[in-house]
Design a protein around this ligand. Structure first.
Ligand code: ADP
Ligand code: ADP
Length: 224
């Protein structure tokens, strides 16, 4: 069977997590979300969490040496043998190059970098209203995608909270980090012919339909 090695790209609040939940089900891909992993490490009080916490709270990237090894190990695990869906990694050119090198070593390659694009003012509106569940990170929006019962996750019944770094002053910093450090990898993937763009301002179902159709086509092309 062909592999589906995929990266989700886009500014904070673009809808990467929202779409990943759906794509995970469609294609049965292991979902690796660096933000969720780091937040779990902070909640556990592990060494990684302690080292990452201040950077995350300030809206900066955590240092490469904390994250690159961890994610490459995940990608090399047996469960990712037929593919994976990476969300939140790579976040800069160094991370993108290290991922490519690791894939090459395994005689594999990235099939696509899926860019969900949304302008800054919409990012701010989305993130201000975002609520996430404390158990699995399921995503809601107080206005556009509220839970059935206030403050409670529809899926696992856990409490919904606002992330520390979703405060409005931190959003601006995260956006500037995105434009300065992460956006250059859009060009990096374009040059390698694997970039696919999606209009993230559409409603979640439309974005999902477009993503799903594109990924299904990639899989078919790979099998031919
Ligand atoms: P978003 O919802 O903005 O896309 P994430 O949940 O992916 O955010 O990430 C939250 C925070 O975790 C980031 O602001 C950053 O501090 C840290 N982080 C996540 N992934 C990485 C990474 N690949 N490299 C460095 N820092 C990361
Ligand atoms: P990311 O993982 O890229 O940071 P999320 O999936 O957490 O983004 O979405 C950020 C916020 O925007 C959430 O509150 C979510 O409910 C909302 N959202 C996601 N996709 C859309 C969309 N297509 N249209 C409107 N709101 C959306």
């Amino acid at each position: 069977m062909s592999e589906l090695n995929l990266v989700l790209l886009g500014p904070p609040g673009a809808g990467k997590g929202t779409q990943a939940e759906r794509l995970e089900e469609d294609f049965h891909l292991p979902y690796i979300a660096t933000g969720n992993m780091l937040r779990a490490a902070v909640a556990d009080g592990s060494d990684l969490g302690k080292q990452a916490q201040e950077h995350m709270k300030a809206g900066r990237l955590v240092p490469d040496e904390l994250i690159i090894g961890l994610i490459l190990e995940c990608v090399e695990e047996d469960k990712c043998r037929d593919g994976f869906l990476l969300d939140g990694f790579p976040r800069n050119t160094e991370q993108a190059e290290r991922l490519d090198a690791a894939m090459q070593k395994l005689d594999r390659r990235l099939n696509a970098a899926l860019l969900i694009d949304v302008p800054d003012d919409e990012v701010v509106r989305r993130i201000t209203g975002r609520r996430v569940c404390t158990k699995e990170g399921h995503v809601y929006h107080v206005e556009t995608n509220p839970p059935k019962h206030d403050g409670v996750c529809d899926i696992d019944g856990s409490k919904l909270i606002q992330r520390d770094d979703d405060a409005s002053d931190v959003i601006r910093e995260r956006l500037s980090v995105y434009h300065e450090q992460t956006e250059p990898i859009v060009g990096y993937y374009e040059d390698r012919g694997v970039l696919k763009r999606f209009d993230g301002t559409r409603n979640p179902t439309e974005v999902h339909d477009h993503l799903r159709a594109t990924i299904a086509t990639l899989r078919l092309e790979d099998e031919i």
